[in-house]
Design a protein. Structure first.
Length: 178
């Protein structure tokens, strides 16, 4: 997102390069302050997550920006519900899925081996290093749900039949450490 400057009413103004017809003034897009605050709060985690699933930094940045753009387009409706962060997470994962090849990174392979909710919790908590509470807030769910997802994930890892999952998980953690 381009640098923002507050306006008199507290909203955040983002100048967007738009080429109007000759003789007309450029268009300035004004985003609500609460949306700008939401973006500032979640952008870094979204970026880390996208980079763990997409091999390319530019693709990850683009996916995050497009997801936030999707969210901006329906921000009033998103705020009307009680699942703002869950809706935002869905927008992000949808954008990532649109550009992700099946085996972009070891972390992306994880999604072929376990349900997405478990993979999301494991990547956010165990690879990116978010607390259980912050993981829950990011996904728009309860901390007890995250704890349950992580317990289920651990059981899958411990299963004797989970050789592919353990191999993938070790590779994902090694990639994150490097």
């Amino acid at each position: 997102m381009p640098p923002a400057s507050p306006t008199v009413d507290g909203s955040i103004s983002h100048a967007t390069p738009v080429h109007p017809p000759l003789g007309e003034q450029p268009i300035t897009v004004v985003l609500p302050a609460d949306f700008a605050a939401f973006c500032q709060l979640h952008h870094e985690v979204y970026q880390y997550f996208a980079q763990h699933l997409l091999a390319d930094h530019e693709m990850a940045s683009d996916a995050v920006q497009r997801a936030l753009g999707d969210l901006a387009a329906s921000w009033t409706q998103v705020l009307a519900g009680h699942r703002t962060t869950a809706i935002a997470w869905e927008a992000l994962t949808h954008r990532i899925q649109r550009v992700r090849t099946p085996a972009s990174t070891p972390a992306s392979v994880l999604y072929a081996l376990v349900p997405a909710a478990e993979a999301d919790a494991a990547v956010l908590h165990r690879i990116i290093g978010l607390s259980i509470t912050t993981t829950a807030d990011t996904l728009g769910t309860e901390a007890t749900t995250i704890a349950s997802l992580l317990t289920t994930f651990d059981r899958r890892l411990a299963s004797r039949e989970a050789t592919a999952l353990r191999t993938c998980w070790r590779a994902a953690r090694a990639a994150a450490a490097s």
